[in-house]
Design a protein around this ligand. Sequence first.
Ligand SMILES: CC/C=C\C/C=C\C/C=C\C/C=C\CC/C=C/C(=O)SCCNC(=O)CCNC(=O)[C@H](O)C(C)(C)COP(=O)(O)OP(=O)(O)OC[C@H]1O[C@@H](n2cnc3c(N)ncnc32)[C@H](O)[C@@H]1OP(=O)(O)O
Ligand SMILES: Cc1cc2nc3c(=O)[nH]c(=O)nc-3n(C[C@H](O)[C@H](O)[C@H](O)COP(=O)(O)OP(=O)(O)OC[C@H]3O[C@@H](n4cnc5c(N)ncnc54)[C@H](O)[C@@H]3O)c2cc1C
Length: 647
Amino acid sequence: MEGVDHLAFERNKAQFDVDEMKIVWAGSREDFELSDRISRLVASDPVFRKDDRAALGRKELFKNTLRKAAHAWKRVIELRLSGEFSALEPEAYKLRAFVDQPAFTDLHWGMFVPAIQGQGTDEQQQKWLPLAYRMQIIGCYAQTELGHGSNVQGLETTATFDPKTDEFVIHSPTLTSSKWWPGGLGKVSTHAVVYARLIIDGQDYGVHGFIVQLRSLDDHLPLPGITIGDIGMKFGNAAYNTMDNGVLTFDHVRIPRNQMLMRVSQVTREGKYVHSNVPRQLVYGTMVYVRQKIVADASVALSRAVCIATRYSAVRRQFGSHNGGLETQVIDYKTQQSRLFPLLASAYAFRFVGEWLLWLYTDVTERLKAKDFSTLPEAHACTAGLKSLTTTATADGIEECRKLCGGHGYLCSSGLPELFAVYVPACTYEGDNIVLLLQVARHLVKTVSQLSTGNKPVGTTAYMARLEQLLQYHSDVKKAEDWLKPNVVLEAFEARAARMCVACAQNLSKFSNPEEGFQELAADLVEAAVAHCQLIVVSNVYALSLLHKHLGDFISTGCIDPKQGSLANEQLRNLYSQVRPNAVALVDAYNYTDHYLGSILGRYDGNVYPKLYEEAWKDPLNDSIVPDGFKEYIQPLLKQQLRNARL
Ligand SMILES: CC/C=C\C/C=C\C/C=C\C/C=C\CC/C=C/C(=O)SCCNC(=O)CCNC(=O)[C@H](O)C(C)(C)COP(=O)(O)OP(=O)(O)OC[C@H]1O[C@@H](n2cnc3c(N)ncnc32)[C@H](O)[C@@H]1OP(=O)(O)O
Ligand SMILES: Cc1cc2nc3c(=O)[nH]c(=O)nc-3n(C[C@H](O)[C@H](O)[C@H](O)COP(=O)(O)OP(=O)(O)OC[C@H]3O[C@@H](n4cnc5c(N)ncnc54)[C@H](O)[C@@H]3O)c2cc1C
């Protein structure tokens, strides 16, 4: 019934202050109040309706996205929201809070602006950023090509310096050098940061970033030498098809020398290449920035799915009725809890590790300003590893939440299919997850190999300094509740990660060619990297469910024995019982509006069945009782069969 809270009985079980937890989840009271204000404004603004997307064709869908993005920008200005979040929050988040679907603004604010901020000189920032902030130009990040994405050093687009005219000639020498995938490129962006091989006097200096105008600011037509378009439909119906991922080729396009991003390296008027004594990898800085953002993004996406699945699991009853009484809530089944509650814990764990990663990123950014590159390897390994870990867990978690909702989870009106389709490319963009884990493995193997040189490991690898102790370690857990002690859990995870890393390093040492060994052992190295990244994220409930899931590692590395493994599982069940009365309150703390969730199963009031039934009739297929095509194709067949039967 309208207005009745069908989940009130669940909310009354909460054993903590939900309003306080809302502040914890938002990060601060100010951020809670601002995000609460924006989400309610968006929910009440008809421009931001989301329930029509499944029925729109690609062109209508895209046009609608442009309309939303323009309206969102106008509202951000009207409400003077610009700059209100913490200094590090670009406009992207305010716009994303309004538009809540992939749009060109993600790349303008999330990559084009940060690339200029991170790799542009002060003069270049002074020239280009005001234009970008006022959206007088719209930018994208054009790095990936048809033939290369993971292998950035394999990019083929060239930027050849012409000393006669003091220009770079940007060119696509091969079909595979076509820029391919950049979001916002296909139909909207007027400019791009283009990654190309710097060529001076025939010498190749590797990949650098260049600001290139793509379209006229008058009529939006492609400039001479530019061929540009959309790469076509992607996975899912609406999903990422609200984004114009594009294809772009250059036919000897000329740009002024001062449009090469020159904070890291410079080219003088005479054509001399100057590489200031900074790591060449700073050219990858934008990717590091977005990877750390993606970790926070994972907690948002996973919490949306968990919110839907938790509320619906409390509403859904199946089996268990005695003497005509109520059937059992599916959230009371231990199997449902063992699948759902670790995801609930993961959403919180990823939220908190995302805050820590933002601190690490901010710290390394400050150090870079002081030419202190000491924590750059740690920042690269942590952003790469946690981006990989959290996006894989979130993509798998959203799919698990769909399954936790049974048949109704497969309806678009559950919100889960769309959430999955929009989210899954996160395992690929900003770095394929396996490629990134191999980066972490390189860092770990290097750390282990340097232990003998007296190089003290720091940061997230500091536990490697206690290698001798960790290699002798065996858990002294005697009873289930011992697994509730944080240090007991932490030591088990440290020992597992250390032993898996050392085993890889020892096996690598058997190869005369280290690169050959690395390739041969890549699968083991990835598992060691996952163990290290999980150690970073570990928190009680999240940790024990991981320990149970990866029990084989813990036992095969000798950290724990089967009995201790079963005690961990027993403790996990006890924890599920403690989470159970708080489950609905824990997802209420995300403070998502029904509009933002876009899910009938996840409605705050739990009024699922009447709304599911009501929604079904809105489907265009129900516009007519007899569907188009029936009389044309099926009825003649039926009548013919009937005639045949009478003969
Ligand atoms: C609102 C939106 C705002 C923000 C985003 C918010 C949320 C997220 C939501 C949505 C995201 C929005 C849109 C997504 C759009 C997607 C965009 C893209 O996909 S952009 C393209 C991304 N492409 C990649 O990630 C490519 C992956 N490949 C690489 O990074 C490199 O090729 C690789 C690191 C794999 C190899 O590089 P290479 O130069 O060959 O180095 P090598 O492996 O030899 O290592 C040499 C040396 O360098 C160190 N190193 C490598 N990378 C880095 C780095 N980034 N930083 C620091 N150091 C690095 C490496 O460790 C090694 O060191 P040692 O020599 O061993 O010491
Ligand atoms: C939705 C979406 C949006 C995107 N937006 C942008 C954008 O705005 N700008 C941009 O520049 N790019 C963008 N990209 C491109 C994206 O960055 C690349 O697709 C990504 O980096 C993966 O590279 P790839 O496609 O070359 O994959 P590949 O590297 O070809 O991966 C294919 C397979 O090879 C494996 N593999 C590759 N190398 C190794 C190795 N050394 N060892 C072991 N296995 C390996 C991978 O694990 C994977 O299984 C986007 C992509 C998507 C899907």
